[in-house]
Design a protein around this ligand. Structure first.
Ligand code: FAD
Length: 429
């Protein structure tokens, strides 16, 4: 891998997401050699992926080059590499570009979509965990309307204009709201010769309320906002199967749709060599102690979505969100420095800064530690928080300008089929 020898201990971090980057920042200029590995050369700001999928933002405004993050980190090396396995006996990370010895290893590989073993849904649905997946979804949505314009078959046209989003968490809610706004503000202008009023946006939630991790009032308000935008909210409905055209559920409800977005579950991205049953908890998360150490190891750590740190307040680990990952990265950084100074370690304490979701223009819900808000004020808080945490000054400016433009013009100009997406199941094949 061409990493120079160093007299300092080598810390290998797998993953340049929220957790990995936060740790690398904490270790800047410290007496360690830090090697950051990621299979992408950019950091993804996942909370805004749905805006890429719906043409509100270009993908490059929510991605940031990892090399630029570590520009002035003289003790840090980045390698574009996919980690294939870990050997904890020989302290070796094996990747597609070679192997590397470590003194300390930090797993920060994040999470991926969980289809709960349903192969048909996995093969036929769309997910939205990465920029390439968001671009695929953007293309498919637009291709559907182009195809709907061409077909004389009413059933086929309806399936092409029928969108089903499974999962009523923030991702599902935000995507449904954005699609509803496209239906209202953009489709009639772009497709004057198509009856776009027939487009349907369905949000399907297995439980009895959307946004189950937020307060009752946030759930209720978000549902009202969605309904005011024309989204059909289905509760206590679980999609059991989807063949690329028909989605069946645990009820009599059946959806005929060419686009089913699966936002109903996530699971940790585990790494070979650290995937023994006794190390993993529900959703493949690695069990760690309050110092981020993976069970049974003194020199292997995990943080962010991939780590499950159980405590009285969080018996199933911290929420799989950006803040726990960032704060864990900071705490682990402090502890690695303290370890090198023979000082006692600081147990991790999560500072919950709240959660929020936006439904659309002037419509958001926010549960913050000191107050709850729904509507336009929450929407401003949502925008401010997302701009603040976006990495890179240019990205902040570009996103802000895009939002102002979209707000004034009721527009989403990135509705481009740059990279056509070929769905395996074609409606009329
Ligand atoms: C659509 C969507 C919307 C979200 N909205 C919000 C929100 O509004 N608020 C919020 O707080 N959170 C939100 N989240 C969750 C949040 O993005 C995650 O909790 C957060 O990214 C976790 O950080 P992490 O560092 O653990 O992992 P990630 O940020 O996912 O980073 C993991 C990194 O590891 C790399 N990697 C994985 N496997 C390998 C490998 N084998 N080899 C090399 N590199 C590898 C990946 O390329 C990636 O860069 C959202 C997530 C999604 C998908």
């Amino acid at each position: 891998m061409n990493i120079p020898q160093s007299s300092f201990p080598r810390i290998v971090i797998i993953g340049g997401g929220f957790g990995g980057i936060s740790l690398a920042k904490k270790l800047r200029n410290k007496e360690f050699q830090v090697v950051l590995l990621d299979k992408h050369n950019y950091h993804t700001f996942q909370p805004l992926l749905y805006q890429v999928s719906t043409g509100g933002l270009e993908p490059d405004s929510i991605a940031y080059p990892i090399r630029k993050v570590i520009h002035d980190f003289p003790n840090t090396y980045f390698r574009l590499a996919e980690v294939l396995a870990i050997d904890t006996d020989t302290n070796l990370v094996k990747t597609n570009i070679g192997a590397l010895k470590f003194d300390y290893l930090v797993v920060a590989t994040g999470s991926t979509t969980n289809f709960f073993g349903n192969k048909a849904i996995e093969a036929n649905s769309m997910s939205m965990k990465s920029i390439p997946e968001s671009l695929n979804l953007r293309s498919l949505i637009l291709e559907n309307f182009e195809q709907a314009l061409l077909t004389d078959d009413l059933h086929e046209r309806e399936a092409l204009m029928n969108f089903v989003i499974v999962g009523g968490g923030p991702t599902g809610v935000e995507l449904a709201g954005a699609l509803a706004e496209i239906k209202k503000g953009i489709l009639p202008k772009d497709y004057p010769d198509l009856d776009t009023r027939r487009a349907q946006i369905n949000l399907v939630q297995g439980g009895d309320r959307i946004l189950p991790a937020m307060s009752e009032i946030a759930s209720k308000k978000a549902e009202q906002f969605l309904e005011s935008l024309g989204v059909n909210v289905w509760k206590n409905v679980r999609v059991n199967d989807y063949d690329g055209m028909v989605a069946t559920t645990n009820t009599d409800t059946v959806f005929r749709t060419a686009t089913l977005v699966w936002a109903a579950g996530v699971q940790a991205v585990s790494v070979n060599g650290l995937d023994a049953k006794e190390l993993l908890c529900r959703g493949n998360r690695l069990k760690v102690d309050e110092f981020h150490k993976v069970t049974g190891f003194e020199h292997v750590f995990a943080l962010g979505d991939v780590a499950q740190m159980e405590s009285e307040l969080y018996p199933h680990g911290h929420p799989m969100m950006a803040q726990p990952a960032i704060q864990q990265g900071e705490n682990l950084g402090k502890n690695l420095i303290r370890m090198s100074e023979d000082k006692s370690l600081i147990p991790f304490k999560y500072n919950d800064k709240g959660s929020m979701a936006t439904v659309g223009r002037n419509k958001a819900v926010a549960d913050l530690p000191k107050f709850k808000s729904q509507g336009i004020f929450a929407w401003f808080i949502w925008m401010f928080v997302h701009l603040y945490f976006l990495i890179g000054f240019r990205n902040r400016v570009v996103v802000f300008i895009n939002w102002v433009y979209n707000y004034i013009k009721f527009d989403r100009e990135a509705r481009l089929i740059i990279r056509p997406f070929k769905k395996k199941y074609q409606v009329n094949s």
